[in-house]
Every structure is written in C-alpha cells, then in structure tokens.
Unconditional design. Structure first.
Length: 125
C-alpha cells in the first residue's frame, strides 16, 4: 500500500523521515484549508490511497462499515506516532521512541497490522 511505503521503515540512520516532524508541526499550526499551501496536492496524493482501500473493500478485503478515508488517516497517524507521541511511547512502551530498536519494533507491528487488514498486497485482483 503506497500510503505506508514512506513511513513503515526507518531511514538508513535509524530515524523516521524528517518530513514526519514537519507534518506534525503543520498540524499544530493548521487554521484551515485556505492557509494550507499543500492542501490540494496532499489531497490528490491521499485520494489514491483512499481509492485503493475502497477497491480492496469492494473486493471483500475489508468490512463494508469501515470508512476508507478514516482508515487512511488512522494509518498515517500510527506511522507518525514515534515523532508525534514520544512521551506516550516512553510511558506505555517503556522505550525511547527514537531508538533504532523501538523504531524497528514499531514498524514491524504496524506492518503486521497492515497485513492483518489485507492492505499489504498490490491490491485486489
């Protein structure tokens, strides 16, 4: 699934894509679509992921009551958690959110979730 391809593994130096931090910061400063220069391009990019999930849903891979747009946002939020929720990870997981070991463990767990949802293949046949 294209949505997670940039986020499901750490970079070569063991860190998440620094774009995650920019995305997190932009979220804190968000005042509405009119002040968001990336609104259009981002919406177009993410529409592909939503369409992919809808196709998989139509093929029976996901329950009908699951909202593909909400699932897309949920997976993005999960992928950014080591950057946006390091304090929660420190408490709940008792680990350093930026350590290569945690990032690998977290990425493996997120990949497992994606596989269990049936989103790890090239799409419906």
């Amino acid at each position: 699934m294209q949505l997670l391809s940039r986020h499901d593994r750490p970079t070569a130096d063991g860190e998440y894509d620094p774009g995650d931090e920019r995305r997190g910061w932009c979220s804190l400063e968000y005042t509405g679509p009119e002040a968001d220069p990336d609104q259009g391009p981002r919406t177009e990019r993410l529409a592909e992921s939503v369409a992919d999930i809808r196709e998989r849903q139509a093929a029976g891979a996901l329950p009908k009551e699951m909202d593909p747009a909400c699932l897309t946002v949920t997976l993005m939020a999960a992928a950014m958690a080591p950057v946006t929720l390091p304090h929660v990870i420190a408490g709940v997981c008792e680990d350093d959110a930026q350590s290569p070991e945690f990032i690998e463990r977290f990425a493996d767990q997120l990949a497992l979730l994606v596989r269990r949802l049936g989103l790890d293949s090239d799409g419906p046949e």
